[in-house]
Write a new protein. Structure first.
Length: 573
């Protein structure tokens, strides 16, 4: 005979008094979790009583030290507070093991859901031990690599009223909100089977209403940049705040259209993929009131693609099957429609999208000229002014950046650095960037010509911007000056020297950032986490420098910086 949960709890407490209970070991441990079996996962107790779980794996699980003897059908409550990083989520589970210590897999695997907040979240969940179970442990399953903090783990046998709305059923996955949701309570034909009284055993389906606004208030408020809506993980948000709930089903019977809910409503005539919301426990569903299919709890019931040529959605749902593990009511929340598109038409469209246009091997233009005017101010002692010109190019005219040149006002080619920044589907250039040096001695409104085509060749550049990686970062030589871009501190440039070797500036540049609220912080105090040459060329180069950004919910620090450096040649005679 199976003992009641209260008797098993009494037995367990007596075992604790005798010093044989596993929970006593857990209470004395620095952390309530066993060493994880997943490689790359560590569990560390913190001085403040919290436990830190660090995972390099995309999925992991940790089990509690505390365990209980159990039999299938007994209830156990798990409470735990967790805090996760932005791309992670964790969920409590009940891990069940047989008499030989082998894990008993659950009949229904709960779908993975995204964590709604990076603030502390409290889970209060009750689970049922599966058949063939001999012992149970609390489990915390995580998704995503990063760090999780946990505290206040409580794990105990529980008394449970299985008729309590939503008890022991899987929480709906967010994917069930896609498509058109038809609320069950608005389209019942035989409304005499619906009661406003939430009473078990009256032979009716209870209409249960909930306050969605009240249920979405988290236990602990905090600043979370993703949304002001923070989900409460301990409740089920029935669509539109309403659900139909049957009596508890304790034995099987044959499906009966007279005792089943009859759902009927009109939609736009079209073929749809039709699903019924997860009933939580097994039910019978029929499209004609005569032929029935069994739908299990734990996921939506798929009814397939229905033509719905007359626009009528009609079905019967009967709570007539007992759940072999968790006796209780079944639920009817919604009918979901997704437009169904002809598969052959889809394939035709996909084939067209996958077809890659033929790639050109030679451009159509032989020599196309585009006049350019430079309006640059003069500077005392300056010789050259860096210029960049962006040009659109008609489709098919140009293939390679090597076929671009710059001519001065006398028609002589001058050195340039050319890039194709966008291409047409056939591979030809769509937009080009051309960097060159404007000679200030020619005055303002100097004229140049950009020329491109098969018969054009870029003018070679005798010197270039040189960037060398050194122990302290990147050493940049533009010809006119040399300087260091530090890989340790965010000082922009430092140790600046002229070509002659004369030091112009030794110390880094200390940029101060002042926020709208008046808070000030120094860029120089931000350690560099990444430094790399993002673009290298004879006339122009770009270095990317990054610092670590602040964690979500904390004051802002850190940023990205892309300084550009241009080669400054000597004046031509």
């Amino acid at each position: 005979m199976k003992s009641a949960p209260s008797n098993r709890l009494l037995t367990f407490l007596l075992a604790l008094a005798a010093g044989t209970g596993t929970f006593a070991a857990a209470a004395e441990s620095a952390a309530p979790w066993l060493p994880p079996a997943t490689e790359g996962v560590t569990v560390m107790a913190q001085p403040d009583g919290k436990v830190q779980i660090v995972s390099a794996a995309d999925q992991f699980a940790v089990d509690s030290i505390a365990s209980f003897p159990a039999q299938g059908g007994e209830a156990f409550a798990i409470e735990v507070r967790t805090k996760v990083e932005i791309e992670m989520n964790v969920q409590p589970e009940l891990a069940c093991f047989d008499a030989q210590g082998r894990e008993v897999p659950p009949p229904v695997v709960a779908p993975q859901t995204r964590q709604s907040t990076t603030q502390w979240q409290k889970f209060t969940k009750t689970f049922i031990a599966w058949p063939d179970t001999a012992t149970v442990r609390a489990r915390l399953r995580g998704y995503g690599a990063g760090t999780v903090l946990t505290e206040a783990l409580a794990f105990r046998p529980a008394e449970l009223d299985t008729y309590q709305t939503g008890a022991l059923i899987v929480r709906p996955h967010p994917r069930t909100r896609a498509g058109v949701l038809l609320e069950s309570n608005f389209s019942i034909v035989n409304r005499e089977l619906i009661s406003a009284d939430d009473r078990d055993g009256d032979g009716k389906w209870a209409l249960v209403l909930q306050n969605l606004d009240a249920l979405t208030a988290p236990e602990q408020k905090g600043d979370d940049w993703r949304s002001n809506f923070e989900d409460n993980p301990n409740v089920i948000l029935w669509t539109d705040g309403a659900v139909l709930k049957s009596d508890s089903v304790r034995s099987d019977r044959a499906p009966d259209a007279v005792r089943a809910l009859h759902f009927r409503t009109k939609v736009h005539p079209d073929p749809y993929t039709v699903s019924v919301g997860d009933p939580g426990r097994p039910v019978a569903v029929s499209l004609d009131g005569k032929t029935w299919q069994r739908g299990e709890g734990g996921d939506e019931i798929e009814l397939g693609v229905l033509p719905l040529a007359d626009g009528v959605v009609e079905l019967w749902i009967d709570a007539c099957y007992a759940d072999r593990i968790k006796t209780g009511p079944a639920y009817f929340d919604y009918v979901r429609l997704l437009p169904a598109v002809n598969k052959s038409e889809n394939q035709r469209l996909f084939a067209a999208a996958r077809k890659k246009p033929a790639q050109l091997s030679r451009g159509k233009a032989e020599e196309t000229k585009v006049p350019v005017t430079i309006d640059a101010p003069g500077f005392a002692g300056a010789t050259f002014w860096p210029a960049r010109c962006g040009l659109p190019v008609p489709q098919g005219e140009l293939i390679s950046a090597e076929n671009i040149a710059v001519l001065d006002h006398d028609g002589r080619p001058i050195p340039s650095q050319n890039r194709i920044t966008a291409r047409w589907p056939d591979g030809s250039a769509r937009w080009i960037f051309v960097d060159f040096m404007h000679e200030l001695s020619r005055g303002a409104n100097a004229r140049y010509t950009i020329v491109y085509g098969n018969g054009v060749r870029a003018e070679a550049t005798p010197a270039r911007v040189n960037i060398d990686r050194v122990a302290d970062g990147l050493e940049v030589d533009t010809g006119a000056v040399r300087f260091l871009v530090s890989g340790k501190r965010f000082g922009l440039v430092e140790n600046v020297r002229l070509g002659s070797g004369q030091v112009v500036q030794r110390e880094p540049i200390d940029a101060e950032i002042v926020e709208a609220g008046g808070r000030m912080w120094s860029a120089l105090q931000q350690p560099v986490t990444r430094i790399e040459v993002e673009q290298a060329g004879p006339l122009h180069a770009v270095v990317r420098v990054e610092t670590k950004l602040a964690e979500s919910g904390k004051p802002a620090t850190g940023f990205f910086h892309r300084p550009g450096f241009t080669r400054m040649p000597a004046a031509r005679s």
